[in-house]
Design a protein. Sequence first.
Length: 148
Amino acid sequence: MNNIAQIGQWNVTVDIEATQEQYKKRWDLCDCTYCMNFYEAIKTIPENTYKLFTQLGINPSVINHLSHFEENEEKLHHYIGCYPLVGSFSMLGKKSKQKEDEEFFTVNKHLSIWFTNDLEFVPGFFPRPVIQLEFEIYLPWVLDEPAE
């Protein structure tokens, strides 16, 4: 089932069922402490923000490309990453070409997102057409064990 949504300056068309099916498959997930923290901490974001991902068919705790950076002054951990989606997008009335990530949408003070056709990190099993939702987020440390 295709879902069309306007998110920031993007009109996004996503095959939700096909995207959900991909997130049910076995992914090769990183097991470093920083990634393990992300998998748990992403579940603590506000429900309306979490729904932004799930309404597009994404399981936010399943991600194959994630980078961690230093804590900010609020002691929140800085992550960037991307989620593939089965679908397409357009920006400002134009069909997406190669890469349209010059702009981003601020969801809240801890999360910014953008869409791109740069498919460098899409698992090979993802059906086409495919796009990526890329993000930058600040999350708390939720694991009992300290950061490395």
